[in-house]
Design a protein around this ligand. Structure first.
Ligand code: SAM
Length: 353
């Protein structure tokens, strides 16, 4: 049995319908907890300039619970690891996204003959940016991220920069034909400010596309019971986003469309995509999507959960590990027909603005 310890208050105070962390201590399926290498808070408020070249200090990644994360420089925080295990998962996730929009890299009606400059914000390991560079060799593709986890062997028209999207962007006005971002839930402090910067940096007539996910389980077989593992999972992410000031509720709060409209984008289109989890759908495309979604989620389930539960919600690492074991068991239950949601929203900057 996991011992209760000094983090009692953070772990035992139920919040927003979330059971206390100690609820997850279970002798039968308690996995061994990874070491907690560094428990200092990431939520510091030092001042920091917006862009930094890939200096050696940025490569000193933060080691936490046996994983590495963006280094503790400036205010930038990422809830996902930047190590090899997570990079391999991102590769599978990229394949899932392409399948979700039928082997396309984007949905916006770009004039690809005239595509000269593309920005991918929060590029991660750069999978999307590299594919764009390959497909459009005449376009310059820049991927930005707070952490240098991108490969060095890339097409000659692709480059990466360290840039914190929460600060004023370093690019000049009207710089890009296309601004793209994918999966920045839990990362952005002010979405309206984000879209204003995107608008400023987009050329008149250019496009923005925001491909986003909702970290929330649905079950077509039966409603997810209140207080169950998956219900807690759903509520925990929402709660963590509020606590960290970086929302996970981008889809339920309709942030993409509202933010783009407020910034001045027009011709906004919204596409909701149900992502089955596992091979339960009958339809061949849905089945393939479900297999891919399951593969990438399970490829690094720990990487998806550890930071949010330990560093933001303040759970003991041991309880977090046990909770992850419960989640793994639940999402592998063949009776369930689980799914989650993606939403792709794109819009155009007017010729005159
Ligand atoms: C879930 S990953 C998505 C990566 C990529 N867009 C993709 O779809 O494969 C989120 C990425 O956002 C980056 N990120 C987090 N906060 C950021 C910020 N403030 N500015 C720029 N990138 C950020 C993380 O380092 C991470 O690489």
């Amino acid at each position: 049995m996991v011992e209760q310890s000094s983090h009692k208050t953070a772990n035992d105070t139920p919040s927003a319908g979330i059971l206390p962390a100690s609820h997850w201590a279970h002798p039968d399926d308690e996995p061994s907890a990874a070491g907690n290498d560094d428990t200092s808070s990431l939520y510091t408020s030092d001042s920091f300039s917006s862009t930094t070249s890939v200096a050696s200090s940025l490569r000193r990644f933060r080691s936490l619970h046996g994983r590495t994360y963006h280094s503790e420089i400036g205010n930038a925080v990422s809830w996902t690891p930047n190590d090899q295990k997570h990079i391999e998962m991102l590769d599978l996730m990229h394949a899932t996204c392409l399948t979700a929009i039928h082997e396309k890299l984007f949905l916006a009606p770009l004039d690809t003959e005239k595509l000269k400059s593309v920005l991918d914000v929060g590029t991660g390991a750069g999978h999307w940016a590299i594919d764009m560079g390959d497909l459009y060799p005449n376009a310059e593709v820049i991927g930005t991220d707070i952490t240098p986890m991108q490969p060095s062997w890339v097409p000659p028209n692709v480059s990466f920069q360290i840039d914190d999207a929460n600060l004023e962007w370093t690019f000049s006005d009207n710089r890009f034909d296309f601004v793209h971002l994918r999966f920045l839930v839990g990362c952005i402090t002010d979405w309206n400010a984000f879209y204003r910067e995107a608008f400023r940096c987009t050329k008149p007539g250019g496009w923005i596309e925001h491909f986003e996910a909702y970290v929330h389980w649905y079950d077509d077989a039966e409603p997810i019971p209140e207080g169950s593992t998956l219900d807690i999972y759903n509520k925990a992410f929402s709660e963590a986003g509020k606590k960290a000031g970086r929302t996970f509720d981008v889809l339920p709060d309709d942030i993409q469309k509202k933010g783009m409209e407020a910034a001045g984008f027009v011709d906004i289109q919204v596409k909701d995509i149900k992502i089955p989890f596992g091979p339960w759908p009958e339809d061949a495309h849905e089945k393939e999507l479900g297999l891919l979604a399951k593969a990438y989620t399970l490829a690094d389930l720990e990487g998806w959960l550890v930071f949010t539960f330990t560093e933001i919600l303040g759970w003991e690492p041991e309880y977090t590990q046990v909770f992850i074991a419960h989640v793994r068991k639940e999402i592998n239950n063949p009776k369930r027909k689980l799914s989650f949601r993606y939403r792709v929203v794109y819009g155009r900057k007017p010729e005159t603005s």
